[in-house]
Ligand binder design. Sequence first.
Ligand code: FMN
Length: 147
Amino acid sequence: MLVRLLYASRAVNTVNQEELVAILRKSKTNNPAMGVTGVLCFSEGIFLQALEGGRSAVNTLYNRIAVDPRHTQVELLCYDEISERRFAGWSMGQVNLGRLNPGLVLKYSEKSALDPFAVSGRASLALFDELMATASIVGQACRARLA
Ligand SMILES: Cc1cc2nc3c(=O)[nH]c(=O)nc-3n(C[C@H](O)[C@H](O)[C@H](O)COP(=O)(O)O)c2cc1C
């Protein structure tokens, strides 16, 4: 039983590169053991994260992330049962913001700045799909045994 969850949140403080790397490092350490894969995007104070894996694992992780004091206004955007993963290649991929061009964001939203609070969850997932198709997601390959 696989699910995919998408949420958005707002950083409490200014998040610098070091803090973002710390979150990604923690994800890459913890997620393989839980069989969780996904993508994290951080832009202009907003986090957008997709988590996929077993229902219990994803729910447990989401509940833990949701109470993390580094962000607030955690809003669930999508929750679906899925037959296959989209982000199987990453324990936690990172959107390369250098590749997040305004035209791509504009394709799915009214404004060119990334604002998942202002668009549907489907639109944000479509944006992630497109970022994958254009090789704009970076990160270590997932070496987990996703049994
Ligand atoms: C935006 C955001 C995304 C996060 N994503 C993950 C994640 O994918 N996996 C993870 O284990 N922790 C993630 N965390 C960190 C968790 O909130 C929590 O600090 C961590 O899982 C605790 O792990 P530990 O018990 O091994 O210290 C994230 C935190 C934030 C703020």
